[in-house]
Write a protein that binds this ligand. Sequence first.
Ligand code: PBG
Length: 327
Amino acid sequence: MAFPERRMRRLRSTAALRRLVAETRLSVDDLVAPLFVREGTHEPVPIGSMPGHVQHTVPSLLAEAKRLCALGVPALVLFGVPRTKDALGSAASEPEGIVQVALRELRSSLGDEVVLVADLCMDEYTDHGHCGIVRPDGTVDNDATLERYGEIALAQAGAGAHVVAPSGMMDGQVAAIRAALDGAGHGGIPILAYAAKFASALYGPFREAVDVTLAGGGDRRAYQEDPANGREAQAEIDLDVAEGADMVMVKPALTNLDVIARARARLDVPIAAYQVSGEYAMVKAASANGWVDGPALALEQLVSIKRAGADFILTYFAGELAEALGG
Ligand code: PBG
């Protein structure tokens, strides 16, 4: 009777044995580091709810990008915090907009050493905080927004982005951006589509990081997905692939491992997962209180996300983890 129990434990008896039979391996190659760059500041500004992260100046961003590069992190995703915001999110597509300035600087210093991903959205740039053009009645105008996304894509590609990553969850955004890029000679720029992005309370710290407050205490439930809907998430992913997405993303990661696993079982395109700001902040806060072992928990969560089927992970732990992995 002792046999079945001993059979499973036999391969767990030493660290080397466990390492040998591990089904999932996390490496620095799996990591994408999100970074924030702020216009009009001379010093990096700490982000209170995301310990260890700051709103960078362009020089501090470049230094951090070089550090991550030296650690072997293969990709960065950039978010901008503009000096001025308006209804159209103009700064998102201006050649002198902060992300375009940062992209040019990074590309000219780092070349192709690291993949520069530009988050493509409007919420950091709009005074109302929504991800698109808002009509007088307060709803977001899908098709008017698609035109803006096309303009932003061209600005980012023109400034040196290797990949654009639309995160606004408008219908048809991938097709619109693909057409805009192709029409301007940027046919070689891939799209990483935030395909299944849920309306989540886990984005709270991010909104501090990019100084976004939704007008009138609003929310994004009219465009981001309802966390209740898993089948619909697959439909979103399929639409983005059909529209020409080169890679798809599920976000947040840990609350949607089922969505990742199901997409992995059906699809062969690269699948990314975004371990978002709130997921990071929860680990950091509990760790700071001595309630959990932070580094161990971060590793456990990232391994689980990969086990679910993600090919790579956007994570605020990228730098820390790359250091720990001895990159
Ligand atoms: C939208 C965008 C958001 C995040 C990435 N892109 C915020 C939102 O949808 O409210 C969240 C990332 C995070 O929480 O780490 N531009």
